[in-house]
Design a protein around this ligand. Structure first.
Ligand SMILES: *Cc1c(COP(=O)(O)O)cnc(C)c1O
Length: 502
């Protein structure tokens, strides 16, 4: 084995192309500046005591120094364009460059939401087309485009459900959420003023139907179910579940963030779903992560149509407009946001859908499921798969194979960074112990999946052979080593303050 001089000291402190990067405030000082201003004229006006009394302490750097600082920082980041990003529940797929080209068409980027409709017919047509495609894919009659993200879509869906129940004089108090649900589901229900009751999972990772039947009382407003669920499994009893929910006078909300697994194969409308958000930034591409951008359109059943948010794109004699009033009176929940948002994401999603076509979109979901099952089958002899049988778009493992080894799920995720990967999602879903959720998506080649599988097998073998050291102090090769996550969460220092630096 060749010996790597990991500890080699260089005169600069850099490691070849990996430069040490201080904060910009440490790089430059307030005494220098990258711009030459002429001396200001004496300033006479009275600012009412609002004048700055001391220097702001901004770092002065030249333009090339500034550009290099941010470029070097960007090189420390891991990105979907650098390598495999198996983060479960996030659908981190390659974003076709065609979509970026389309999203940058000047006539579509340089518009303002208050322009007269006659001047933005193209933009409105794009929105109408996105809604039409999503309507076909979901098999549901109404699409609301304005929600800004998945969680905002959930809020929109539950607000419509609440409006429908109140309209029927049947305001209810509680929303049912399965144990495996994404945290946004109970948070949305609580924000809408509902109590949350948890439904346990059965031994097969699906909703416990008997427990659901027990919980479906007359105070239940809705069930929020994710399908495929966050264990990466299809809810086999979904038709029965829909019937049970409706028989109890409740509505069926589906979290559609995992639509990538069923797109073109199953229409949610045929499953009895009343409202479901789609994450355009997952299933339909758009670079996401780190907080944005997002877009979470919601598909609605006929029963909820009178309550959907406004305004809606409509077309009269081939002319497009935004309709401000509900068709059936004033029952709409109103605006979800000041303006329809995320035009760039509508464009990327439409470009994605049109370039794939209906058959291509079906192949997307088939390939995503195939990739996940390839990973599941290739690793389940050295790791512990949480549930029997094939998975949908993500493979779920737990930490039973590491029991008593001294290595935890977190350690394994950190060691994966040294292997050059972004770690998979860890400790979610909460229903299995030490969860590792791996979502490869359809855009990874077999070759890249094989490299990942090889790394995971090597890590699993190290655990089996007792090489705990490989894990507990990792990552060794990342820009920063193991961070103190507890202090980071309890005592976050999120901004630099000039004065505290002394
Ligand atoms: C991503 C995700 C959400 C939330 O979507 P955001 O766009 O991040 O608000 C909700 N549910 C599931 C299952 C998800 O994966």
């Amino acid at each position: 084995m060749t010996h790597k001089r990991k500890d080699l000291q260089t005169a600069t402190g850099h490691r070849a192309l990996d430069h040490k990067e201080p904060l910009i405030f440490e790089l430059g000082t307030a005494e220098t500046t990258g711009v030459d201003f002429s001396e200001p004229e004496p300033f006479e006006a009275e600012l009412g005591g609002l004048e700055r009394s001391e220097a702001m302490g901004l770092a002065g750097l030249s333009e090339p120094e500034t550009v290099r600082h941010f470029t070097r920082l960007s090189r420390k980041n891991y990105a979907i364009d650098m390598g495999f990003f198996p983060l479960g529940s996030c659908t981190m797929k390659h974003n076709p460059r065609l979509n970026e080209k389309i999203a940058r068409i000047a006539g579509l980027t340089d518009v303002h939401p208050l322009q007269p409709f006659s001047t933005i017919q193209g933009s409105l047509k794009v929105m109408a087309e996105v809604a039409r495609w999503l309507g076909v894919l979901t098999g549901m009659p109404a699409i609301a485009l304005s929600p800004k993200a998945g969680a905002h879509g959930e809020l929109c869906g539950l607000m419509a459900i609440r409006a429908a129940l109140e309209d029927a004089g049947d305001a209810r108090t509680t929303v049912l959420v399965p144990e495996s649900a994404h945290g946004t589901n109970p948070a949305t229900a609580a924000l809408c003023g509902y109590g949350v009751k948890t439904i346990p999972a059965n031994d097969h990772g699906r909703v416990d139907v008997a427990a659901l039947a027990e919980a479906l009382k007359e105070n239940i407003a809705a069930l929020m179910l994710t399908n495929p669920n966050t264990c990466g499994l299809f809810e086999n009893d979904i038709l029965k579940i829909a019937e049970m929910v409706h028989d109890a006078g409740a509505y069926f909300y589906c979290d559609g963030a995992n639509f990538n697994a069923i797109m073109g194969r199953v229409r949610p409308g045929d499953l009895g779903i009343d409202a479901m958000h789609l994450n355009l930034h997952k299933t339909f591409s758009t670079p996401h992560g780190g907080g944005g951008p997002g877009s979470g359109p919601v598909a609605f059943s006929k029963a909820l149509m009178p309550f959907i948010p406004l305004p809606n794109v409509i077309s009269i004699n081939g002319r497009f407009a935004l309709q401000e009033l509900g068709v059936e009176g004033e029952q709409s929940i109103g605006r979800m946001a000041a303006f329809h948002g995320q035009m760039g994401m509508f464009l990327r999603a439409l470009s994605y859908m049109m370039s794939h076509g209906a058959d291509g979109l079906r192949q997307v979901s088939e390939d995503a499921v195939l990739s996940a099952n390839y990973i599941l089958e290739s690793l389940k002899d050295v790791m512990t798969a949480s549930y029997e049988g094939p998975c949908m778009h993500e493979a779920l493992f737990d930490d039973r194979f590491m029991k008593d080894s001294g290595v935890t799920t977190l350690d394994l995720a950190k060691a994966l960074i040294d292997e050059g990967f972004h770690p998979m999602t860890v400790y979610f879903p909460l229903v299995v112990h030490g969860a590792m959720l791996i979502e490869p998506t359809e855009t990874e080649s077999k070759a890249s999946l094989d490299v990942f599988i090889g790394s995971m097998r090597s890590l699993a073998e190290s655990i089996a052979s007792g090489d705990v050291e490989r894990f507990t102090s990792s990552p060794h090769l990342a820009p920063v080593g193991r961070l103190d996550e507890t202090t980071a969460a309890r005592n976050p220092i999120l901004r630099w303050r000039a004065r505290e630096q002394g």
